[in-house]
Design a binder for this molecule. Structure first.
Ligand code: MSP
Length: 533
């Protein structure tokens, strides 16, 4: 059954399917947080959204990790997968599909896809020689290796020499078609720096790549030759397609592609750009399928300047971070502090400072002190001034009116930091406005109408800020809305876009004097600075 009304705009997006060689770290959480924010924002716009995540479970890397623990690979995967599910729950990730590449239905999709490419004459047998990084599951050019034949990404790992009969995918055939496609669709690869990287790589001439392995059991057999195991990346990329199947649908390509294809956005880290921006579109061209709309390659989270990762063992435990600071804090920090697309370093002192400054002081105190003033000066009732009575020259209204559109563009361009900064400008202007207007003095002077106008403008600005930040800090936004007398649950996917549609809630001036304000209470508790700092 097709559950989506085709007249409604749909938006399908993916996180990478994570390797299960170990429990997730904050690097894997980063892409998923960003994806969840995009999904939540698209839902607020009223679109039907499908957020796909999942796990990539085949290949040598996983097989070896299992062997090292003396476990069978499937048993090993089954033990690791719940740690991803738990992490997404504790980060309030609202995914719609969790795709596991070891699922039987996935094998059916992979087989059908492989045969389409095979029948198109794009797969042939050849000899593969080269240096292989098991951690990347990728052949490396000798010139790209570090001293001691170490991988440039997994800098502690030596690459391994391979010389074997493999099946190859005829990537070279798609050189011109791909180049034409990149020209025709300049937005396909983002940000621009990544697009240039890909154009440069492709212009050096594409080489066919091997899509099967011998001496490896952990994977699907090549449909035309069971002595070979399908290369993990060929299988993994198709996990996105399998994820589109309705839970009870028969696993065929036609069923999978019926509703949500083509995918609107693949969110990935920069290390897997070639797979998504070169190999994947070429595979899809070969199978005669429409290409995705956009691939965005974000930067790396580093710790002490080094890529954080399972292989290097310098990871940050996301669960510990969430337990200590809460899910909204973690989501906010990484999106506000790091320009999406660039690398960013994690530093706990900075983390605490940012949260205290933005969420506890600027936003939290503002709401708290304003509500307390409303209690004192307006007997706890919503200020009885109408939005229309506030002139557009009012500094908060002037910033607030165009803000929704600015923030929309920032979210759509995945410039999360810009979205946060634009919203914070309104919050900071509100703090300044209150200090300058000094409603406590106006009150003493008996200027009740002016007091109410100031308090209305500030409360409305806090509301707008909370709404626009809700994709990033849904729990805090819920709390703010509740205190403003608007009981909207931003974690309720079906309710919030209907009761709080973007067209209405993203506009300054929504609060009415009929609102029953709630009890003021802190929305974000100030974090104590770390000891020894
Ligand atoms: N299994 C493949 C993806 C297949 S998609 C069909 C894979 N998995 S991974 O678990 O190694 O990495 C998944 C994602 O996490 C990648 O986008 C990668 O860039 C991201 N990150 C891993 N470490 C990271 C950081 N330290 N910082 C930011 N993101 C990083 O690759």
């Amino acid at each position: 059954m097709n559950l989506v009304d085709k007249t409604e705009k749909t938006f399908a997006l993916t996180t990478p399917l994570y390797y299960v060689n170990d429990v997730p770290h904050i690097g894997s959480a980063y892409t998923t947080i960003a994806a969840d924010v995009v999904a939540r924002f698209q839902r607020l716009l009223g679109h039907r959204v499908l957020l796909i995540t999942g796990t990539d479970e085949h290949g040598q890397k996983i097989q070896r990790s299992a062997e090292n623990l003396g476990k069978g690979p499937q048993e090993f995967c089954d033990e690791i997968v719940p740690s991803f599910v738990r992490l997404w729950e504790s980060l309030d990730i609202q995914y719609d599909r969790f795709s596991r590449t070891t699922a039987a239905r996935h094998q059916a999709i992979v087989k059908e896809f492989f045969l389409r490419v095979w029948e198109n004459g794009d797969i042939y047998q050849g000899q593969q020689q080269g240096w292989y990084c098991v951690s990347c599951e990728e052949f490396k050019e000798e010139r790209d290796l570090l001293e001691g034949r170490r991988c440039p990404i997994h800098t502690t790992k030596e690459v391994e020499w391979r010389d074997e009969q493999n099946y190859f995918f005829r990537l070279s055939k798609y050189q011109t078609k791909l180049e034409e496609f990149y020209q025709f669709r300049p937005d396909f690869i983002q940000p621009v720096s990544r697009r240039n990287e890909v154009l440069n790589f492709v212009s050096q001439g594409l080489q066919d790549f091997s899509i099967s392995r011998v001496n490896l059991d952990w994977g699907f057999p090549v449909p035309v030759d069971s002595k070979h195991t399908l290369y993990v990346w060929f299988d993994a990329l198709l996990g996105y397609v399998t994820a589109l199947l309705e839970p009870d649908a028969e696993p065929t390509l036609a069923n999978a592609l019926k509703t949500w294809w083509p995918i609107n956005l693949h969110l990935i880290g920069k290390d897997i750009l070639r797979f998504h921006a070169v190999y994947w579109p070429a595979m899809l061209m070969s199978a005669d399928l429409t290409l995705p709309e956009r691939v965005f390659g974000h930067g790396f989270l580093t710790k002490d300047g080094q890529k954080m990762g399972k292989t290097l063992g310098n990871t940050l435990d996301p669960i510990a971070l969430i337990q200590r600071y809460g899910s909204d804090a973690v989501r906010y920090y990484f999106l506000k502090e790091i320009e999406f697309g660039k690398d960013g370093d994690f530093n706990e002192v900075r983390f605490i400072n940012v949260l205290n400054a933005d969420l506890a002081n600027d936003l939290g105190n503002l709401l708290n002190r304003t509500l307390n003033m409303v209690k004192k000066y307006c007997a706890g009732n919503m200020p009885s001034i109408a939005n229309e009575a506030i002139p557009i020259e009012n500094p908060l209204k002037a910033i607030g009116l165009p803000l929704g559109e600015q923030v929309k563009q920032a979210y759509e361009g995945l410039a999360f930091n810009q979205a946060c900064e634009a919203i914070l400008l309104l919050v900071q202007a509100s703090n300044k406005f209150i200090d300058e207007q000094a409603p406590w003095t106006l009150y003493k002077q008996g200027k009740q109408q002016e007091v109410e106008a100031v308090l209305y403008a500030v409360l409305e600005s806090v509301r707008l800020a909370a709404y626009l930040l809700s994709p990033i800090i849904p729990n805090i936004s819920n709390d703010i809305y509740l205190q403003l007398g608007l009981g909207i649950n931003f974690n309720d996917q079906t309710e919030s876009p209907i009761v709080a549609p973007f067209a209405i809630h993203a506009t300054w001036g929504l609060l009415s004097n009929k609102q029953q304000l709630g009890e003021p209470r802190p929305i974000f508790k100030r974090i104590e600075p770390l000891k020894n700092d």
